[in-house]
Write a protein that binds this ligand. Structure first.
Ligand code: APR
Length: 243
């Protein structure tokens, strides 16, 4: 059965809470590269050169250029039916999107509750005070942008080796989920990948990912791209949980 045992006893409630954990794969069909697929970003760039605090300390220009290029791509991209289906789901029940993505495609699609685990590529922040944040929008990050301490602003993203401040909130959301949907993540990066372990026993977990190698113990895997798999999941949810 699609929903497992819960389906037989539960009727649709407005309090039904779906938590959706998304990764780069949900934005792939919007034209944004994933990280670990063939030809992905980490084949083209060395993590040590562009995505660590040490890289920033060594070569700020190189790090800025990496994020400026990616920001321009994000600005040109548009949400796809995967993002849009999650907005449609919000009309039916409570939906919390927990994303590892630094793009804003969930927000532009219209999702109302989006928690960014790894920050936002559209923002820059002070290296000294993480709460000092500016919205870059269409502007490139240049050395001219400085914080109130006089240091150059850095991209407001979480780099390898840095803490993930939103983890506690994300874990609480997952622990309160009635359904967990994982879309387009290799679940290869911690601590984000550990979030699935916070789901309560018996909570149905579905993974949407076209890669044959993608497995998650206890989860059903829909081997489809997000633009097909997410709308399919949402229409089955709507058909199952009718008022
Ligand atoms: N629809 C759904 N999933 C897809 C699609 C698609 N059209 N195309 C690819 N995928 C899947 C891949 O099969 C893979 O499992 O998306 C996943 C992408 O995995 P990663 O590239 O590892 O991306 P992600 O899991 O988001 O990476 C996590 O790593 O480098 C960091 O900070 C970066 O947030 C990122 C984190």
């Amino acid at each position: 059965m699609w929903w497992g045992k819960r389906q037989q006893s539960d009727s649709f409630k407005l309090s039904e809470h779906v938590v959706v954990l998304t990764g780069a794969g949900i934005s792939a069909e919007s034209g944004l590269s994933t990280f670990r697929d063939k030809g992905g970003l980490w084949e083209q760039f060395d993590i040590e050169d562009v995505a660590t605090p040490e890289a920033w300390a060594r070569n700020q220009a190189q790090v800025r250029e990496f994020y400026n290029q990616r920001r321009r791509q994000v600005l040109e991209a548009a949400p796809n039916p995967g993002h849009q289906a999650l907005v449609e789901l919000e009309r039916r029940c409570r939906v919390s999107v927990v994303t590892q993505n630094v793009d804003d495609l969930h927000e532009r699609a219209g999702s109302g509750h989006v928690l960014h685990l790894h920050g936002s590529i559209l923002e820059a922040r002070s290296h000294v005070d993480p709460s000092e944040v500016i919205h870059l929008g269409e502007r490139d990050l240049t050395p001219d942008w400085t914080c109130s301490y006089g240091y150059p602003l850095r991209p407001n993203v979480v780099w390898f080796g840095e803490p993930v401040p939103a983890m506690e909130e994300a874990a609480t959301l997952v622990s309160r989920a009635d359904h967990l949907l994982v879309v387009g993540s290799s679940l290869g990066v911690y601590p984000a990948a550990s979030l699935v372990q916070f789901a309560q026993p018996g909570v149905p977990i579905t993974v949407v990912d076209p890669d044959e190698r993608m497995h998650l113990p206890g989860a059903r895997v829909l081997r489809k791209p997000a633009s097909e798999g997410v709308p399919e999941w949402v229409s089955r949810f709507k058909a199952t949980f009718t008022i």
